[in-house]
Write a protein that binds this ligand. Structure first.
Ligand code: FES
Length: 134
């Protein structure tokens, strides 16, 4: 019973600190070239980023999940996910917002709660993994 509690604690820690694995797919490039490449955004984190935005400033929200400057674009999409472009936006007033980190939101660049689906999916996968060895 104690080991089950420790496993559950480890699972929760992993979910909070480990980015979800990227999903990959095939992308057609030219007439004869077919290569494996990430075509879907990857979650940069499982919870949204709370950010203070400045009125009139241009921001570029990372839509692919590969940027090292989350939640903003650092140009990584050019090599890691060329089919995905950052979302540029300019707030009309200073405000604190939640910017999506899971990259699954339907209201880019803002969090719409879709990260709950990502967390649920990862919990189910991890729990299945706990019972795989029995
Ligand atoms: S972090 Fe992506 S919808 Fe909340």
């Amino acid at each position: 019973e104690r080991s089950a509690v420790l496993s559950a604690q480890r699972l929760l820690t992993d979910l909070q600190t480990t980015p979800a694995p990227p999903s990959a797919g095939f992308r057609v490039c030219g007439e004869t070239c077919l290569r494996l490449q990430t075509t879907q955004p990857v979650p940069a984190a499982r919870l949204p980023y709370r950010v203070k935005l400045t009125a009139g400033k241009l921001y570029a929200w990372c839509a692919c999940g590969h940027s090292k400057k989350q939640p903003f674009c650092d140009g990584a999409h050019a090599s890691k996910a060329p089919g995905i472009k950052p979302v540029r936006f300019t707030p009309d007033k200073d405000k604190a917002v939640l910017l999506c980190a899971c990259k699954q939101t339907k209201n880019q660049p803002y969090c719409d709660g879709s990260h709950l689906k990502v967390i649920y999916r990862d919990v189910v996968k991890s729990v299945k993994g706990l019972f795989k060895h029995e």
